[in-house]
Design a protein around this ligand. Structure first.
Ligand code: ATP
Ligand code: MG
Length: 397
């Protein structure tokens, strides 16, 4: 029945001159999302609207599923496409459409007509009124409410006629790629994938860095992160994931520094290394899954100590979230089940029993001086030997 979808987008429509850039980016993201769905689809822009036209057979649910992951889409309206064969014929089509969509339903409705084809013999108000009358005759359970109708029946008269009344919600946000790019520190936990989702939702393209510590962390822990990146890429598009071997750096910090400062110092080296990759790939910032007070390394003092080594902005989209709120998003975007698989990540091996919660930055700097002899070399080695995995929705999961 539906050979077409009308794509509604809000935020991007208000961007003035940039509107066209945003629309074109949205079209590109939609086309990319639909490459995973069997069928032939045309994505077109027509007088400020975007349409997806389906040629031949396709799976309705798969299309909706793919489109509902494209940031920038506010609503997806399945459209019935009709030839213009006169008003009587249109009225019949509307009646049969309603019978099919809302069998036996008691509800209020309103007809909203847009007449783009000015040569159509009736004005839009006339069309709405006349259709309303026919609907009332055909379905005694339907009544008119022009202010708060339960069903809005949209009729758009163009060369052909578009009819729709349902809107499947989209994810909102802005099309990925319209707001620069950032590098996500992606661990196997619950938080960082959600942070990546949230920043991408604002139109930011993401690449990622994962630190592992073989043999203290397993191949399966790494695979879990690749899988998480794969799930994320359904929303964000392809992600270039750097896998950094952090073992020697961790062992060296463990050997030289006070154990209650291990986590903070390790986090500082993660940030330093991530920033190097970020500079290489043109990122405008780093992204982490930190939220204030969640653990010892995320107190305001610890965050300040971690932040100190970064010259690039560090974005923390979850900063004010409670764990429960993060979990809710993780479940919604399907990363939760993978995140809770029990493979250790590199931090848990080297954590102290009583980590500092209010690190003194001077003390931390002094401890780091004990690393002077070898640390630069180890950092360069870690960067040089990092593995790059190109993750896309096709390659993972
Ligand atoms: P998450 O659930 O995202 O792992 P967390 O609550 O376990 O977060 P931490 O382990 O303190 O918190 O990590 C804070 C942030 O640092 C993470 O959200 C992530 O962005 C980054 N991070 C931590 N460990 C790693 C790692 N092994 N590789 C890459 N980034 C990491
Ligand atoms: Mg973690």
């Amino acid at each position: 029945m539906f050979k077409m979808f009308l794509i509604k987008y809000a935020e991007i429509a208000i961007k003035g001159k940039n509107r066209f850039l945003f629309e074109d980016a949205l079209i590109e993201r939609i086309e990319h999302a639909l490459t995973a769905v069997d069928g032939t689809f045309q994505v077109t822009k027509e007088s400020g609207r975007i349409y997806v036209t389906c040629e031949g057979e396709y799976d309705y649910d798969e299309v909706i599923e793919a489109l509902s992951k494209v940031f920038g889409i506010v609503g997806i309206c399945p459209v019935v496409h009709l030839e213009d064969q006169g008003f009587d014929r249109l009225a019949e089509e509307v009646i049969s459409y309603l019978g099919w969509m809302y069998p036996g339903r008691t509800a209020t409705f309103k007809v909203i007509t847009r007449r783009i084809k000015k040569s159509y013999p009736m004005e839009s108000m006339e069309v709405s009124a006349a259709l309303g009358e026919r609907i009332l005759q055909a379905y005694p359970n339907l009544t008119v409410d022009v202010h708060h109708p339960q069903i809005e029946i949209h009729v758009e008269i163009r060369k052909t006629i578009y009819l729709y009344s349902e809107t499947v919600p989209g994810p909102g946000g802005m099309p990925v790629g319209t707001n620069g790019s950032a590098t996500l520190l992606l661990s196997g936990g619950i938080d960082s994938p959600v942070a990546g989702y949230m920043i991408a939702k604002r139109g930011v393209k993401i690449d990622a860095v994962y630190f592992h510590a073989p043999p203290y962390t397993s191949e399966r822990a790494k695979q879990k992160v690749v899988d998480l990146a794969g799930i994320l890429s359904r929303y964000t598009g392809p992600i270039s994931l750097k896998v950094v071997n952090f073992t020697d750096i961790q062992l060296y910090i463990y050997e030289k520094c006070p154990h209650d400062e291990l986590t903070i110092i390790m986090r500082r080296y993660m940030m330093r290394i991530a920033q190097r990759f970020a500079q290489e790939n043109g990122s405008l910032g780093l992204v982490t899954g930190e939220s204030i007070g969640q653990v010892a390394s995320q107190t305001m003092q610890s965050l300040a100590a971690t932040n100190e080594v970064c010259t690039m902005p560090v974005y923390r989209p979850l900063i004010g979230f409670d764990k429960e709120e993060i979990v809710t998003v993780a479940k919604k975007i399907n990363t939760y089940e993978t995140s809770i698989l029990p493979f250790e990540d590199c931090c848990t091996i080297f954590v102290a029993k009583h980590p500092v919660t209010k690190p003194n930055r001077n003390a931390i700097r002094r401890s780091e001086m004990k690393l002077e002899e070898k640390i630069d070399e180890l950092v360069e080695e870690a960067i040089r030997t990092a593995e790059t995995i190109e993750v896309s929705k096709e390659t993972a999961y």
